[in-house]
Design a protein around this ligand. Structure first.
Ligand code: ADP
Ligand code: MG
Length: 324
């Protein structure tokens, strides 16, 4: 049995959702780290079993294949994520939209195995016609969801954040007083380390290819019972005819966001909201997104490419989370 030493910060890690998870936690002497590892992996496996479009047996896949007019009973976690997704869709005026499955597949970023290239215009129109969060109808306090026919959910922009929150909840339930949980770059921290200090995390700035340009000053966040998520076009994108297509789609056009910010980072009370808002603000773009974040009190930071340089801008709410 792996055991934690006194006052020790234990590190655990594994794989989930096509990416990695890692957890740092302050463990009591003798804590069974193997059992904690199992707890964490099971929580994340549960998110995948419910919300992965890559798993044909998941609840989200069952919803896609359900006949028109049928109501599907949602597991509690799924209903919670959908609730937040709809809230952010409404508040962002549809910049975030959990029903973009057909468009995500069409552009080659989904589980359908479609090649990543610019599709025909009528195919975009067709996929747009099959999307739209206002078509979502729920009943029984959000626990049942209607399949009106052809609707396809995609929760990839929020599920990693939720996964980090769920792991934090499970660790708390197992008596772990402080932990920093990361799932594919989305991070949730709670409690304070043995020295009484809150968790600190370095904020990502930009894609690796930009490493040669002038570096921005390192930004360190204090996560005192808070979460941070970053959206960026680092991994999932393609280029065609000199244009860059990121995996975040603008629901208003059905086309990937052009001139996407190099990164958008959001701090929120939980990682689920931070994750969803990072995507919503990416769709709005640096100038409208920053304005929106300011008026809505969101803690957000944008990094944009300006020629060969990077430029950052942040809201006061974001600034207040920076380590002194
Ligand atoms: P990032 O890795 O940049 O943080 P996320 O993983 O949070 O981005 O979300 C990107 C994924 O979200 C896409 O691969 C797609 O499945 C889905 N998606 C794309 N555009 C939107 C949108 N406008 N609203 C909600 N989900 C989206
Ligand atoms: Mg996101």
């Amino acid at each position: 049995m792996e055991q934690a030493a006194a006052g020790h910060l234990a590190s655990l890690g594994g794989e989930t959702m096509g990416t990695r998870w890692s957890v740092r936690l302050s463990a009591r002497p003798g804590a069974d780290l193997h059992a904690l590892h199992v707890t964490i992996q099971q929580a994340l496996d549960q998110v995948v079993a419910q919300m992965s479009t890559w798993d044909p047996g998941s609840d989200i896949s069952r919803y896609r294949n359900a006949p028109a007019g049928s109501w599907l009973r949602l597991p509690r976690e799924f209903a919670c994520v959908l609730d937040c997704a709809i809230e952010v869709a409404r508040r962002s005026d549809g910049a975030f939209d959990p029903t973009l499955g057909p468009l995500v597949d069409l552009w080659g970023f989904g589980s359908a195995g479609t090649p990543r290239r610019v599709p025909a215009l009528d195919a975009i129109d067709d996929a747009r016609a099959r999307s739209g969060w206002s078509r979502l109808q729920r009943r029984d306090g959000g626990r049942e969801l209607l399949q009106p026919g052809g609707l396809q959910l995609d929760l990839s922009a929020i599920a990693k954040g939720f996964g980090a929150d769920l792991v934090a909840t499970h660790l708390r339930g197992r008596g772990i007083e402080a932990a920093l949980v990361e799932v594919g770059g989305e991070i949730r921290g709670y409690g304070r380390k043995a020295d009484g200090e809150p968790w600190r995390v370095l904020v990502e700035s930009a894609a690796e290819e930009d490493a040669s340009v002038d570096e921005l000053p390192p930004r360190v966040l204090c996560l005192d019972d808070a979460a941070v998520a970053t959206s960026g076009d680092r991994w999932h994108r393609f280029e065609q005819d000199g244009r860059r297509y990121a995996h975040t789609i603008d629901p208003r056009t059905g086309v990937p966001v052009s001139d996407a910010a190099a990164s958008v980072t959001v701090v929120a009370a939980d990682a689920m909201h931070a994750d969803a808002w990072a995507t919503a603000l990416t769709v709005m773009g640096a100038s409208a997104g920053l304005e929106f974040a300011r008026t809505h009190g969101l803690a957000a930071r944008f990094v944009v490419r300006a020629g060969a340089r990077l430029r950052e801008s942040m809201t006061d709410a974001f600034q207040s989370h920076l380590a002194a």
